[in-house]
Design a binder for this molecule. Structure first.
Ligand SMILES: *Cc1c(COP(=O)(O)O)cnc(C)c1O
Length: 358
């Protein structure tokens, strides 16, 4: 069976050594030694300051909204994993969708201004499949209207823009370390926070707003990462280069194999943006072609995924204008299997079926 992704599992002995240490210390959560160490290592690896680790990427978004006091309306993209939108709704914020660019799949910055009202408090774009948004343009708009910017950067682990971490853009960027992502901690996530004071506030907010043994400073929640999750992260952080190298091999077999295939359109990548080979989306000419190809792959025990389908403006619990481009792309896009475990033979099997489709 070839799945859209396969979770990287580190050497069991290495993980065991960390677990032995956890058993010896008896401390399994509450900002333990491994969480602190992983924060330091990630700051160094990613080239950012002010990382706060949390229990998942969705809570990272929710905490970001709370930290910056978002309310009323927030402009966001309809083409993402559901958490980008559901986290807003969960916090009582109305998502106002702005359609995407049909080539990059990221929010179309040229359409943001027309969505701004007196109730708008922020913009929440997504670097879709790791492809950088037009960050400078978005920053300009945000400054002009005094809006906050939070990037859902769940797909951008290790990605640079103009040679520096993409995570430095926006007031806050959030990461997900879910098992399906390029780097994972089983479940987990992080906030990367521009302002030092807001970062300190975040550290309290994820631990119930507790200041000291008998002092509760402000409203908080429980969003702490635990020591076992951090241990998993510590085992994987040193392997990320290896993981990406394996993914890159698969990525470029796909790239070169689809050059001649006029049925397959590839995502237009921002030229200033590096890659982590997290996803391999292909855009087909219509939904029928997609369903046929998906069925043929499945018959051969190959399981791609329709990321992202459906377009989020069509969710039952949302009232929104219909987003033409996002719906069109959603219906025609398929993410092909890619992971650090996939073999060349397996990639070629996927390619043969897709290129053989008439
Ligand atoms: C994975 C993902 C999330 C959610 O992260 P979790 O860690 O699973 O909560 C949010 N946004 C995007 C774009 C994602 O891909």
């Amino acid at each position: 069976m070839i799945n859209v992704t396969k979770t990287y599992l580190p050497d069991r002995k290495e993980l065991g050594e960390y677990i032995d240490k956890i058993y010896n210390s008896g401390k399994i959560t509450n900002n333990g030694e491994f969480v602190k160490l992983l924060e330091k290592k990630l700051e160094k690896y990613l080239g950012v300051k002010n990382i706060v680790l949390v229990s998942n990427g969705t809570l990272a978004l929710q905490i970001a909204y709370k930290l910056l006091d978002l309310r009323n309306e927030v402009i966001t993209t309809p083409f993402s994993f559901v958490a980008t939108t559901s986290s807003l709704v969960w916090e009582g914020i109305k998502p106002v969708f702005c359609d995407i660019d049909k080539n990059t799949f990221c929010i179309d910055y040229r359409k943001i201004e027309e969505k701004i009202t007196k109730n708008t408090t922020a913009i929440v774009p997504v670097h879709v499949f790791g492809n950088a948004c037009e960050v400078e343009q978005i920053e300009k708009i945000a400054n002009k209207y005094n809006l906050k910017v939070i990037y859902d950067a769940a797909h951008t682990f290790g990605i640079n823009y103009k040679g520096k971490s993409i995570l430095n853009y926006g007031d806050i960027s959030t990461l997900s370390f879910h098992a399906t992502k390029v780097f994972h901690t089983i479940e987990g996530g992080a906030l990367i926070i521009k302002d030092d004071c807001i970062c300190e506030k975040a550290r309290r907010m994820i631990n119930f707003g507790i200041m000291g043994p008998e002092k509760i400073d402000s409203l908080g929640i429980n969003a702490k990462m635990n020591e076992f999750e951090a241990a998993m992260g510590l085992c994987i952080i040193d392997k990320v280069e290896q993981i990406e190298k394996k993914r890159k091999e698969a990525y470029y077999i796909y790239m070169s194999s689809f050059k001649e295939n006029r049925n397959v359109i590839l995502q237009q990548w921002n030229l200033e943006c590096s890659k982590n080979y997290g996803y391999f989306p292909i855009l087909l000419k219509d939904e029928k072609t997609l369903l046929n190809i998906k069925e043929q792959l499945e018959k051969n025990n190959i399981f791609p995924r329709r990321y992202f389908y459906p377009s989020l403006d069509t969710l039952e619990y949302i009232k929104s204008e219909y987003m033409e481009i996002s719906n069109d792309i959603s219906k025609r896009i398929l993410c092909l299997p890619i992971s650090s475990y996939i073999s060349k033979k397996e990639v070629n099997k996927v390619v043969t079926i897709i290129n053989g489709y008439k």
